[in-house]
Design a protein around this ligand. Structure first.
Ligand code: PEP
Ligand code: MG
Length: 579
């Protein structure tokens, strides 16, 4: 038995088998070649090896996960021998006299984009497969033998057509000018069996976490990451215990482990006594959850009668089930950017409309606050082609992108307004720093409304609010309040910008302090100014769920708290205890 100490992200216990998740990271250089025919012979040989690998994997998958799940490898073989795909590779090698690796990377990229843009969902899902086969070919060509990015333990694959892929695209833009193509990605690896596992990784990006099949993950354990990152927030909203800062080892793959999210401890190969003790702790935990469930259906109200609106934060349509299970009174923050992160290309108006409509309908008339796209910084999607920045948290992100690339914004606003006809939707703009931005955002919203009216497309009048996440917004909150219906304080970013501490930097985790008097005074000021200007005020940052501050927030006059679904009942309990 070995025991390791890390930092906890979410208080819950998990016991299960360890599964390793490794990203692949390859670099493809564009190189000039002298003889195209020799290069084609080299490519053909690599293809033969890759096809043989696929045969082997197919056989293994057949035994381990059955014919349906193994079928994906038959599809991969077909794709690798597809005439159009091969023609593209050969033409590039011959026409541009470039190396096979680069021709495969560029072809894979083009084909994946083409698939992703198709209307048919099955064909769209093929984008991941074409990337996968291209990665495999590149791995063989570059001599690394097998495809990187496998999950240590047994790697099989996803069933053809499944959308539960644990990974994102593999090919980033290939820059022909610099002759270097950086390709990073995570592949379409799936967990080998249906048995849920403790997933260990060096680090996880939000786009990776969001695409994982939550029902098959018992816990997250990572070497890197910070407790305020979006990945951590996702773990909390998925109700999954998570510990960071553990020096993970590949030899743990397949071993039994305990993740104690209360203490931040990870135990590998626990002895019988520890297993028994931790199983008992897990049972206690479940009992407490049961007790909290008795608060379902009760009001979130202090003993003296002050009512707080207790809403939930979600990142996807599927999170609504948890909100309802925990009796959320509404959605206080739908991080709509996760719809973009889940996708390989811009989600269409129709796709977004369906998602927002489904949330609105499932919440059956309860408030659903959708935050418009907050992409950038740690939330990156390749197809936005955002430039690398020195200070991404202070960079081109969120409302700045939306006001700059208005077509993206208008598509989202159209989808939101159309969905508003099916429930009680509010729209919230992120990362605001000026009255001007609010006026401009509202102006565009009005234009979109006019467009819908002209087309006889129904929508309801929506409440409009903004996130208060920047010190600038705090200081001008009285003016801002006059322009909006509500404020939602994003304490995660507000702490980062007030203290000048990168919320992503694990080294600064210990001094990233949302309880800092500067943050708490900012919150008080925003509540007072908001009320003075006629806006109601909530908190949707992680601090809203901190029950050691519930009394302070209520005393400050907070109107709403929006928390991860699993924190709804503990916060309700804390409010109901107040006098
Ligand atoms: C925040 O900054 O507090 C917030 C809720 O937004 P996000 O965590 O998504 O940046
Ligand atoms: Mg934020």
């Amino acid at each position: 038995m070995e025991q390791y100490q890390g930092k906890t992200i979410f208080n819950k216990i998990a016991i299960g088998k360890v599964f390793f998740y490794q990203k692949r990271e390859t670099q493809v250089k564009r190189q000039h070649i002298e003889n195209a025919e020799t290069e084609i012979v080299r490519f053909d040989a690599a293809k033969k090896t890759a096809l043989a690998q696929l045969d082997q994997i197919y056989e293994k998958a057949l035994q381990e996960v059955g014919a349906d799940n193994a079928a994906v490898f038959a599809v991969h073989k077909m794709m690798m021998e597809d005439e159009d795909y091969l023609d593209s590779v050969y033409n590039m090698i011959r026409g541009e006299l470039i190396n096979a690796e680069y021709a495969v990377a560029a072809t894979g990229d083009n084909f994946a984009k083409m698939f992703a843009q198709m209307d048919d969902a099955y064909m769209q899902a093929r984008a991941a497969d074409v990337r996968d086969i291209s990665e495999r070919l590149i791995a063989v060509l570059s001599g690394s033998g097998t495809i990187a990015g496998t999950l240590a333990g047994s790697r099989t694959g996803s069933a053809a057509g499944t959308e539960n892929v644990a990974g994102t695209g593999i090919v980033t833009e290939i820059d022909a000018d610099t002759d270097i193509g950086n390709r990073t990605g995570t592949g379409t690896d799936m967990l080998a069996s249906d048995e849920p596992v403790i997933l260990m990784a060096d680090d996880l990006a939000p786009s990776e976490t969001v695409q994982m099949d939550k029902s098959r993950i018992l816990a997250f354990v990572t070497r890197r990451g910070s407790s305020n990152s979006h990945t951590a927030i996702l773990a909390r909203s998925m109700n999954i215990p998570a510990v960071i800062g553990i020096d993970i080892r590949e030899e743990w793959a397949g071993k039994t482990a305990i993740v104690d999210g209360y203490t931040g401890t990870v135990i590998i190969d626990p002895d019988a006594a520890t297993l028994e003790q931790m199983s008992a702790k897990m049972l206690d935990d479940e009992r407490r959850q049961q007790l909290l469930k008795e608060l379902r259906g009760k009001e979130t109200i202090t003993r003296s009668g002050k009512k707080i609106h207790l809403y939930a934060n979600i990142g996807s349509v599927s999170d609504v089930a948890q909100v309802l299970e925990n009796d959320g009174e509404g959605i206080g923050l739908f991080r709509s950017e996760f719809l973009y992160l889940e996708s390989d290309t811009f989600p269409t108006e129709e796709e977004q409309f369906k998602a927002y409509k489904m949330v609105a309908q499932n919440m059956a008339g309860k408030k659903v606050i959708v935050r418009t796209l907050d992409i950038g910084a740690d939330k990156q999607a390749d197809y936005f082609h955002l430039e690398k920045e020195d200070n991404p948290a202070m960079g081109y992100r969120a409302i700045r992108i939306c006001l700059d690339q208005q077509e993206i914004f208008r598509t989202q606003l159209r989808a939101l307004l159309r969905a508003s006809a099916f429930g009680n939707i509010s729209i919230m703009f992120p990362m605001i720093i000026s009255v001007q931005e609010v006026l401009e955002s509202k102006r565009i919203l009005e234009e979109v409304k006019t467009e819908l009216r002209e087309q006889n497309i129904p929508y309801k009048d929506v409440e409009v609010g903004i996130m208060i996440e920047t010190p600038a917004a705090v200081w001008i909150s009285e003016e801002l309040a006059k322009e909006v219906d509500f404020f939602s304080i994003g304490t995660n970013d507000l702490t980062q910008y007030t203290l000048a501490i990168d919320r992503q930097n694990p080294k600064l985790d210990s001094i990233y302090d949302p309880h800092h008097p500067a943050v708490l005074r900012s919150i008080r000021m925003v509540i007072e100014n908001g009320h003075r200007g006629g806006a109601w005020v909530g908190i949707c940052g992680e601090l809203g769920a901190d029950t050691s501050l519930t009394e302070t927030f209520v005393e400050m006059g907070i109107d709403e708290l929006s928390v991860s679904p699993s924190f709804i009942l503990p916060v309700r309990e804390a409010v109901r205890k107040l006098s």
